[in-house]
Write a protein that binds this ligand. Structure first.
Ligand code: K1U
Ligand code: ZN
Length: 171
């Protein structure tokens, strides 16, 4: 297993559209295991392959309180969405220490392949539904700050660029 580097906004690679996985083979299983290790180490509840600069349709998540219920979504598709929306505070491992409210479908049903290559469907609500939609956006090259106003997004961009300059050459 290995810890992977998480790309940070505004890295342009975060805007790459991921391609479908052709076969769930040893390479993809290794990617899934490394992504889970990286997500748990970063204390996130989800991670999309795009965030570790791999542009294939792979998501890992764990929204359980006990942090022992990993969910793997390969080639995920949303097959149903509730009409009602809910507004929730979101964060992102690629946009560290920034949180803001985003409106999304309150419930979704997703169809995907698991780590074993078998197809399954899952209905989700609450944080799991939010996380599925957030991670599926990553696979389309979209970061949650793109739902915010241009003013807020530019402020976040400047703040993160300043922070990364300071990390490279501390005063
Ligand atoms: O970077 C990511 O895509 C992971 C992201 C997933 C997510 C969390 C919350 C709402 C939407 C998407 C995170 O794990 S952010 C950090 C976190 O653990 C968290 C933040 C807010 C609420 C709950 C958890
Ligand atoms: Zn994210």
């Amino acid at each position: 297993m290995a810890l992977l580097t998480i790309l940070r906004y505004p890295d342009p690679r975060l805007h790459t559209v991921a391609q479908p996985v052709a076969a769930v083979d040893d390479r993809i299983r290794q990617l899934v295991d490394d992504m889970l290790e990286t997500m748990y180490a970063a204390e996130g509840v989800g991670l999309a392959a795009t965030q570790v600069d791999v542009h294939e349709r792979v998501i890992v998540m764990d929204t359980s309180e006990t942090r022992d219920k990993p969910l793997v979504l390969i080639n995920p598709e949303i097959v149903a969405r509730s009409e009602d929306l809910s507004v929730n505070e979101e964060g992102c491992l690629s946009v560290p220490a920034i949180y803001d409210k985003v409106r999304r479908h309150a419930r979704v049903a997703v169809r995907a392949l698991g780590r074993d290559g078998q197809v399954f469907e899952r209905e989700a609500a609450g944080l799991t539904a939010v996380c599925i939609q957030h991670e599926m956006d990553h696979l389309l090259g979209k970061v949650f700050v793109e739902y915010l106003s241009p003013f807020k997004r530019d402020r976040i961009k400047s703040r993160l660029l300043k922070r990364s300059r300071e990390e490279k050459s501390p005063a």
